[in-house]
Design a protein around this ligand. Sequence first.
Ligand code: SAM
Length: 269
Amino acid sequence: MTRHPSAPGAFSEPPKKSLGQNFLHERGVVERIVHAVNPKPGERLVEIGPGQGAMTFPLLDRHGALTAIEFDRDLLTPLTMQAASHGALTLIHANVLDVDLTALAAGAPIRLVGNLPYNLSSPILFHALEHAASITDMHFMLQKEVVERMAAGPGSKVYGRLSVMLQAYCEVTMLFVVGPGAFRPPPKVDSAIVRLVPRPAHTVGIDDAQRFSDVVRAAFGQRRKTLRNALSTVMDGDAITAAGIDPQTRAEQLAVADFVRLANHRTPA
Ligand code: SAM
């Protein structure tokens, strides 16, 4: 059997599992995402992982221009060629984790969208958080289970470090669930679209971001332990009490604002 080379501009490579390539093909889902993003004239959209353009081309049709960051070299030529009839695509060949989103924004905030590679969900979310001041909002497709953790509140079994870290800096809203059949190949799990809106910096109230991250990490590192035990490496029981929190409670019972109070508390010298 002779293999004919594909026409230039065609997506010819099979999806790469290692890059989390589950391509969206259900039109109705794409329309719901575009509707949720609802781009307005003059806004700057940046897509993470355009893949074969499932969201890119409809967003270009609607908005006229888009910047996209794609790691897979094999997708660049077909994306560029097919985008030409939809709008102005600026394609950046890079690992999104290496992209300085603040520099990319260059003073004009960006709106992030993406059906993210699920193996990199958390690193991408934390990377985006570092650049939150340059981001207006984010609409991401992620594993449903991850979105549930992101949006969970105190008392929920899935409330944890991801919930607190994201909710401290952003308003987190789960928008809708997407079944595996909307993708090729279908993932093994349900997915969901989440919206994250970074809070204005002056309302976040965290004095020291690193300290906050250390406290939250320690608290949930041993989530079944009392705060007194779980936080022993970062603060003692008296400091927890002085911050207005009972050291006998557990991390999963605390609201985000309680974590902010704990992290901001300084023992007088
Ligand atoms: N947006 C397309 C869609 O909805 O069909 C593709 C989504 S697919 C789940 C994830 C995309 O992210 C793939 O195109 C993959 O090549 C790309 N990707 C994976 N790792 C990446 C990284 N570190 N930086 C940028 N893109 C990446």
